[in-house]
Design a binder for this molecule. Structure first.
Ligand SMILES: [Zn+2]
Length: 402
């Protein structure tokens, strides 16, 4: 028997009473409950299902959360779990066939879905009438509302449809849903995502759009409040857009406003100048990095020159850039006629990375081999230069190399 869809005619109702048709446990602490009628909108047409609670008439004080709602062959199934599992072991025992229940939907969530869904219809209706593109995909969940269009929309196209959609919201167009007769339908022009067997429900936004749709909608476009496009990507040769309507748009604005306020404080600049200010900070950072690089380079080169003057072949310094170390090693090797010399960079606790070069005909790979054999070092390279890492103290490394 098809479930009576109470949300069809009265999307603003928040509670209802119904009779149990069946209830069976699913073995995971949940049960599937079928009622003769329901206000719970199931997962359908790209929209996630309603949430709420169901209370068996006979057992006052026991309540069940509706965690999923599915529809198949016009029969709506509620997946329920005890609101507090304490004491409830056999869910179907609370829902005998023919007994009464009362249900309550989470209307805050439902209304948000209604605002976003009607907003989507306005936007898609405008895209269709202006560009002829078809809405080939729609997804409405707690986090995102996405719509896929069969053609490419530019940033300008999107901005202009967004403006027109918000104008339609402010103009307060009535919205109504109905099932026209077959003959009436055959003369109507309406958008539809797929061929529909059986009765076709048409959602009309007066003066804007007619579309086949099974979901609850607001009764007037003014209730959407605001529609904002928040994302755009290319999708299967067309365009995927993300929008936010109503309270979701406000919450998003609030969050972004907070971020902008923080950035404004941090950069000491008004909102409209933040990007310029951040760009300036990045430029300053890059030039300081360059300056620091040269200072470090000069320091390592002069340490290498000093070591070479003292006849020291191995230098131990703190972690730094590979290019700087390589330049230091080149300074060392140029100071000797033969043998190896190099730089170990790091510390005794964490170990060192090293670059060792050769002067004259010496093969630096021999030194890498020695470090590998004696100190379990890693690395390798060419006869002129080897590099690697070793976990040992400065004293032990120097003893090994002496
Ligand atoms: Zn729809």
């Amino acid at each position: 028997m098809p479930t009576i869809k109470l949300y069809d005619n009265d999307p603003y109702e928040t509670s209802f009473i119904a009779k149990v048709l069946s209830c069976k446990a699913t073995g995971d602490g949940k049960a599937e409950l079928v009622l003769d009628r329901t206000l719970f909108f199931p997962e359908e047409g790209g929209q996630t299902p309603d949430r709420g609670t169901i209370v068996p008439e006979a057992d006052e004080g026991i309540s069940f959360d509706v965690v999923d709602v599915q529809i198949r062959d016009d029969v709506i199934t509620h997946t329920i779990v005890p609101t507090r599992s304490r004491g409830v072991t056999d869910i179907p025992a609370h829902f005998s066939k023919g007994s009464g229940v009362s249900g309550q939907i989470d209307f805050f969530r439902r209304f948000s879905n209604m605002q976003n869904h009607t907003g989507e219809h306005i936007f898609s209706g405008l895209v269709h009438s202006r560009f002829g593109y078809v809405n080939v995909g729609f997804h409405l969940s707690d986090e995102t509302v996405s719509m896929d269009y069969s053609g490419k929309l530019t940033e300008d196209d999107i901005a202009s449809v967004e403006l027109a959609a918000n104008r339609a919201i402010f103009e307060a167009h009535p919205v109504f849903c109905r099932y026209p007769s077959k003959s009436e339908l055959s003369h109507m022009e309406y958008r539809s995502k797929k061929e529909i067997d059986g009765d076709v429900r048409i959602v009309t936004i007066e003066g804007i759009d007619d579309c086949a749709c099974c979901a609850p909608h607001v009764r007037n476009t003014s209730e959407i409040g605001l529609l904002k496009v928040v994302g755009r990507e290319n999708y299967k040769g067309g365009t995927r857009l993300y929008i936010l309507c109503g309270m979701r748009a406000l919450l998003d604005y609030r969050q972004k406003h907070d971020v902008i306020s923080q950035l404004s404080d941090i950069t000491s600049s008004p909102a409209q100048d933040i990007a310029k200010s951040v760009f300036g900070l990045i430029e300053e950072r890059d030039s300081l990095r360059q300056e620091l690089f040269h200072i470090k380079m000069d320091r390592v080169v002069s340490l290498a020159e000093e070591a070479a003057r003292d006849g020291e072949r191995f230098l131990f310094i703190e972690e730094t850039n590979d290019n700087i170390v390589r330049t230091g090693v080149n300074t060392l090797t140029a100071s000797f006629d033969s043998g190896v010399s190099g730089i170990f960079f790091g510390n005794d606790t964490d170990g060192y990375r090293f670059i060792i070069g050769s002067s004259g005909n010496t093969d630096a790979r021999e030194t890498a081999k020695l470090l590998k054999e004696k100190l379990d070092a890693r690395g390798g390279g060419k006869s002129e230069m080897v590099q690697g890492s070793v976990t040992a103290s400065k004293d032990i490394i120097l003893k090994t190399l002496s």
